[in-house]
Every structure is written in C-alpha cells, then in structure tokens.
Design a protein around this ligand. Structure first.
Ligand code: ZN
Length: 627
C-alpha cells in the first residue's frame, strides 16, 4: 500500500499565510469545552459484544491536548480537532448533563423526579449505553423515563437501544420527535442510498488511517461510531411551536423547525433549568447547507428564520444554551450573541449568494467571491469546519437556480471521459499534459493540477504517473483544507488513486441491510430506481404481492419501463407472490434466487422472475476519482 507524503513547501507557506487570517485565540472555547467536567472512561473506549472497539478516542491521541499542529493539517481544523477531543460527562447546569465525544454527536440527560430524560441517543447502542452507565455512576442509578429525538439524522436516534430495553420499547415508553421524523429518517437515505453511502466513505474519512496525514477530525465531531444502529419509531410527535409537555416532572416547551438543518427538527426550552436546546440548528461552526456526501440542499433562509424565532421565544430567559454537537454557551448575553451570529451566518450566505446571482454571477464565481463580514469572521464558531462558504454558496444557487449556470457552453458538455480524451489531445498528448501538470505542482497550483490531470486520469486510468500526480495534488489540497469533510474527500481520493481497488465481476453490496428494515411501501419505492429502463423496454408485468410479515398487499406493475406499486390494489388474473420483506430484499440483492422456499407463487411464476431480472444490483465501491 502506497503511503501518504509530506506537506510541500508551498503547502507550508499557504498554511502559514492562512494562520495569519484566523481570529485571535483567547482560549475561551477551551474553557467552555471543559466546563462542568465530571468524569470519563479511559480514551472513551467502547467495545461491542465481540470485543471490538466501536469507539476509541485513543486512536486520536496524536491530536490531543498539547500536540503541536503538524504541517499536514490546517491549523484551524487542528484547533477544532483538539476541542472535539475532550470527552466525558459534563454538567451543563444543575439537572442537565451531557456526554460528549463518545460518538459524533452529544447525548444529553435531564434529571426528572424519578429518572432521566434522554436527548439524542447517539448513532449506535454501545456508546449510548456507555454514556448512560457513566451518567448513572456519577448521578445515580435511575431509570430512563423518556427519549427525545431532536431530528431525523441517524446520529440522533440510532443508539436508542443502548438506553432503552426491548421491554421499555414494547410498553411504549415515551419517545418524542418532531412531526415527520419517521418519514424523513427512512426517506433521506433510501432512493439515492448507494451513491450517498459510497460518497460518505469519502466525506467522513472512514477509510483513512487516523494520523497527521490521514483522518484528524470531521469538524462536527471526531468520526462516526461503529456499533448497533436501530430505528425505533417515536410514540408522540410534536407539530406545533409552543407545545408544552411534562415528562417525569420536567417541563419542555417546543419550537418546531422544519426545513432547517434537517427536514424534521425541533428546538426546545426547559423553563425549570432556564436551558435552551438548539438541536443541530446551531453548532460551533458553519454547518452544511449542502452536504458533500450528497443530499437535497437545505433552506438557509428558513434555517436562519427559525434561529431568529428561537431568540424571540427563549433567549432572554436562557441561562445556558446547549446543542446536539459541540459545547454549550453559558449566560443569556453569550447565548443571544451566539444565536444572532449563527442566524446571520446562514442568512448572509443566502442573501449574498442571491445578490451576486442577480448580478449575473455564476456558482463558481460567487463561491470564490463570497467572504464573511468582519463581525461574523471574528468568531471561531462561524468557521467552515464542516460546511464551507464555498460549497454552501453553490447550494443556495442550486436551491433557487439549479445546476445550470445559464451559459449554454455548459448546457451540453461532453461527459468526463469524452472531454478528457479531447483535453489530452489538446495538451499535446499524455506526456505533455503531465509536464504541464508537474510544472503547476511545482508552483503549488494544486487546484489547477487537479483539474488538468483529472482529464488524463479519466482518459487513461491505467496511466500510473497521472494517477500519482493527481493523488499528490489532491493530498496537498487535503492538508490545506480547513473543512474536515473537504480534507477527507481529498485524502480518500488520493489514497484510492494510489492504491486502486481491484475490479470486481459482481456488485459489492454496501449497506443493503437497510433494505430489510424498510416499511413495505418504501422498499417497493426503492425498487423503482433499480429497474433498468433499457432492459425493461416495452415489457409489461403485473403482479399481486403479499408481504407475509406485515400482511400488506400491493399491486406492482411495469409498463413504459417504469415500476409502480399500489398499496391495497389487486389485478385480476395476475400471479400472487407471497414473501417477507426480507426475502424480497434478499432476492433483489442476489443473496437468494428463485425458486426459494421462502417465496410462494400462485399462478404463473415467470413474470416475477422476469421482474427480478430487470432490477439492477448496485456496486457500493464504484469509482469516484477515476472513471
Ligand atoms: Zn448530528
């Protein structure tokens, strides 16, 4: 395996210049991040049943307290990385406690009359259980009396089985979530799931070694935990701002904030504690209006509006503000100042992007031109550790104007390989292009190397010199990046260009397990995007489907090369296929084949076999930085 390289002189110079642009570090964040510390467990190391570490901050010891910034890491990201290294149980205020950096997200415990209300039980069960154990050890062995999911992202619900037993769940212990939670939690990652999942391996640096030339920090937190993930539906949903409920003597006032950081999200206020939870609508950096793993762009205007509403509703009575990532802010003035700048951060990006778009500037131009005003730039918590001004500006443009910049030269461009061949020819051949690329590399113009040499990689991926030069350039861009996801994207591409994965004859499945846990209608929806339109051609198929595990029936049809499913309908004379959702998922991904004992067919067996043969299997490990 070919190893990463050192920072070049050009990168060292660029980072030294960059460091001069950073706000002065008063050390205030390092005080906030440690304030209220009670205890932790060594390296926050959490094992699963098999004894494997699903979380281990020891692997980030190279970036801990007192470690100097290496020249392969952006100094600002290094600072954030150190802040995200502080792990353990913390008192937010008397009665509210957080365990931080036992996972990407925070888990919060509120003390009620008899037990603990849990906010956001992390990504996986093992870290959530370890956090609860730490809480119980230091605050008393009490039961969990309820759970709140702040929003529909997996790092805020996936670990629930670490804090609730199956009995708790069966007896309907209160699980409170914003309206639309379940729908959004299952929908966001399904239809484009394979592509998003693969791209997420780039974004979170999961394939990278953890060291100064590899993964350092995700910006939002260290990384993602690797334990048992589950989705337990809420027992009640909050649809109205101003809704008040009481759980075990804890009063909660909700603010519903749809279409902000997540499609279903809510902030809430605890009057007894004068404490405000801002969910993930505020964090100690610039968040993503567009997440580079791929997702629908978020609404920056709405996001900002709801932060403003939170100020109106709660801020004057807030002694402490905490959130589902990063560290709290104490004192009403500090909370208000933070909220106002977070509010204006998203609105500024929104408004200025559209201002420039209305002058006729295009996304690349706007993203390059956009700079924060001095008052926003003065804060560390507006910096692009996760989102960046650059890609967030493009997201705002996309939301209003779409992918097309209006220039017809970009309306019907050649796809990458076709364009690449022509660019290589234009350059005078592969050797001439490489020479230009090396010259640009020597000057430290890595963005240009990446654009230029990418053409040669796509024209001829077997050209090892091209792949290596491209890797070298992306690596330096990664070392220079302030954003954790940008760094991870660059460094993962460099690694894959240097060490290409051997080709495979069969699709290598990724998170196909997700298919099995989908509601029947969602599972069928997801098959629509597997139907190979070309192969389906003019074929017409109608089937009656019965899911034996849920009792649901569907009519499913193929016509015009399109797959439809109709719950509750039936076609006279069509074959009846009875099977579980799991069996259907297994058939689709090729784990089992027809005929199979778990599948009963009444009538002609051929249409169902034909239907399955028209579905594509997705290879999780498709190439990204190569054709
Ligand atoms: Zn989160």
């Amino acid at each position: 395996m070919e190893q990463p390289k050192d920072a070049t002189e050009a990168t060292k110079r660029a980072l030294a210049e960059f460091a001069k642009t950073l706000p002065p570090d008063t050390g205030a964040d390092f005080e906030l991040v440690k304030r209220g510390f009670i205890a932790t467990i060594p390296d926050a190391k959490v094992l699963n049943e098999a004894g494997h570490a699903v979380w281990d901050m020891g692997t980030f010891a190279f970036a801990g307290e007192g470690c100097d910034c290496p020249d392969t890491v952006n100094p600002s990201l290094w600072r954030q990385s150190k802040l995200n290294s502080v792990h353990g149980l913390f008192e937010v205020t008397k009665g509210i406690y957080q365990v931080r950096n036992f996972d990407l997200s925070n888990i919060t415990f509120i003390e009620g009359d008899t037990g603990y209300l849990v906010v956001d039980p992390l990504i996986s069960a093992e870290p959530a259980a370890a956090a609860l154990a730490l809480m119980r050890k230091h605050r008393g062995d009490k039961p969990v009396v309820g759970v709140i999911y702040t929003h529909s992202h997996v790092d805020h619900y996936g670990g629930i089985k670490g804090v609730l037993s199956d009995e708790d769940i069966a007896k309907g212990l209160r699980i409170i979530a914003p309206e639309g939670f379940l729908e959004e939690a299952v929908s966001e990652n399904v239809l484009a799931g394979n592509a998003m999942g693969r791209r997420a391996t780039y974004m979170y640096g999961a394939l990278l070694p953890r060291n100064a030339r590899g993964h350092v920090d995700a910006g939002l937190g260290k990384t993602v935990s690797m334990g048992q993930v589950s989705l337990v539906p809420p027992t009640e949903s909050i649809s109205q701002t101003g809704t008040k409920i009481v759980v075990d003597g804890i009063e909660i006032v909700f603010q519903v904030t749809p279409d902000t950081e997540a499609p279903a999200e809510m902030n809430f206020y605890f009057p007894q504690f004068k404490a405000l939870c801002m969910a993930e609508n505020c964090s100690c950096h610039l968040h993503n209006i567009y997440t580079p793993r791929g997702a629908q762009v978020r609404d920056a205007k709405s996001w900002s509006w709801y932060i403003d509403e939170a100020i109106e509703l709660f801020a004057k009575d807030t002694d402490v503000l905490f959130a589902s990532h990063h560290w709290p802010r104490w004192g009403s003035d500090a909370a208000v100042a933070f909220l106002k700048k977070q509010r204006d951060l998203y609105k500024y990006i929104h408004d200025q992007t559209l201002r420039m778009a209305n002058h006729g500037l295009t996304p690349l131009e706007i993203a390059e031109a956009l700079k924060l005003p001095p008052t926003l730039a003065a804060e560390w918590y507006t910096r692009g550790y996760y989102g960046t001004l650059n890609h967030n500006a493009k997201a705002v443009y996309q939301r209003y104007l779409g992918w097309f910049d209006g220039n017809p030269a970009n309306l019907h461009k050649h796809p990458p390989v076709e364009a690449a061949k022509r660019y290589v020819e234009l350059a005078g051949g592969a050797a001439a292009l490489l020479e230009k690329g090396r010259a640009a590399f020597a000057k430290g113009d890595y963005r240009w190397v990446a654009e230029l040499v990418n053409h040669l990689v796509f024209a001829d991926p077997a050209n090892a010199e091209a792949r290596h030069l491209q890797a070298d350039a992306l690596e330096q861009l990664g070392y220079q990046a302030e954003s954790g996801p940008w760094r991870a994207f660059y460094l993962t591409a460099a690694m894959e260009l240097r060490n290409p994965r051997p080709p495979s004859d069969v699709p290598r499945q990724g998170a196909a397990g997700q298919l099995r846990s989908l509601p029947a209608e969602r599972l069928l929806d997801s098959l629509s995007v597997r139907l190979n339109g070309e192969r389906a051609g003019a074929r017409e198929i109608a089937l009656n489907l019965r899911f034996t595990d849920t009792g649901e029936r569907f009519l499913v049809t193929v016509e015009n090369a399109v797959f439809h499913n109709y719950p509750g309908r039936e076609a006279q004379g069509a074959p009846l296929v009875s099977l579980t959702r799991g069996s259907l998922a297994s058939l689709v991904i090729g784990e089992i084949a027809l005929p199979h004992e778990s599948v009963a067919i009444e009538g002609d067996a051929e249409p169902f076999a034909t239907f399955l043969s028209l579905l594509d299997r997705f290879d999780f490990w498709f190439e990204i930085a190569m054709p």
